[in-house]
Design a protein around this ligand. Sequence first.
Ligand SMILES: Nc1ncnc2c1ncn2[C@@H]1O[C@H](COP(=O)(O)OP(=O)(O)OP(=O)(O)O)[C@@H](O)[C@H]1O
Ligand SMILES: [Mg+2]
Length: 373
Amino acid sequence: MSGELSRNELFQMVVRVSLVSLATYFSVKWMINQIDPTCKAKKKAKERAEGLLRRLGFKESKLANLNEYEMVIAAHLVVPEDITVSWRDIAGLDNVVQELKESVVLPVKHRGMFQNSNLYQAPKGVLLHGPPGCGKTLIAKATAKEAGMRFINLDVAMLTDKWYGESQKLAGAVFTLAVKLQPCIIFIDEIDSFLRSRNTNDHEATAMMKTQFMMLWDGLSTDNSTVIVMGATNRPSDLDKAILRRMPAQFHVGLPNEEQRLKILKLILENEKVSPNVNFIQLAKITNTFSGSDLRELCRNASVYRIRTFLREHGDELDEKAMNAQANPLTEGASNATLPEITMEDLMMSLQKMKLSKMHTGVLGLEMRSDLD
Ligand SMILES: Nc1ncnc2c1ncn2[C@@H]1O[C@H](COP(=O)(O)OP(=O)(O)OP(=O)(O)O)[C@@H](O)[C@H]1O
Ligand SMILES: [Mg+2]
């Protein structure tokens, strides 16, 4: 009898112990999740990654094969339809674009045709370098849209994790994910911030991450995967020598010359109302040392000036129209028709202002050596 009771008691005890252990397990798990500040971000990244992968046509069955780190990286995938930049939006860089198409895009697109050639293959690393604002990021975005490859826009800050060892796992996941998604481009903008020359002052974890990155990159060249690491920088000399070696295809995107400036100006003002008195050729001539981004700013400022002058003259009239439009929304379109043209005077005024500010910030004097940047 007592034996039966003790058996009962024993059973109850086992049940109780297992219940308590279960409760402890889940509460500790919940607590750890609460302590980890990245928990919510990770969850969001996972949801985003799943959405992106589905949009890219990644099979549902393969989705389950990706580990937690690969999911974090997958949140940085780029869907070509979301990119607004195409080859058409790049002016004056036809040579670079053509070369990029021939040496990177074509071998990937027609890889079946060149299967037997060991030499005609896409390079494992591509480096775009040159002074700021000349179109490096623009080219990378257009490549992502037009190349027909999966594109990971790697945010380097994401790789650095406060937990020891996590960074290396994330760096490893970049490559394992890229191989699973291939053909794939891993793009690292401002690559000098991440893979600059290694020195003895590097933090141990950073140094390890760099060397691991290089090792995995080398792994790519031994198997026949189509993964390309693409970097952009305006300080190629700061890059580690070993990294430069891994990027054999290098393109210099320099300051535009007169002919290129003419093309860029025409492209920027293509869809704007421009007065017939605007002399593009003269404008291209006098904007020596201006980058593509400067030219854009020049036109933007000029566009603001024309509105400012116009408002000074017709401000009251416009206010009245706006009031009427509010009262009667159907007449709203009328205000667009009055948008004034950008004149040569607006552009010249903007140019003077930009030259002045460049002089104050000391950029104009340094421009002579900007090609070295
Ligand atoms: N060749 C070009 N054709 C048309 N627009 C250009 C060109 N070059 C630059 N731009 C304009 O300048 C802007 C900045 O260019 P982008 O971001 O590509 O510069 P970057 O070379 O990456 O500079 P940074 O080294 O500072 O990152 C672009 O968004 C675009 O509007
Ligand atoms: Mg850039």
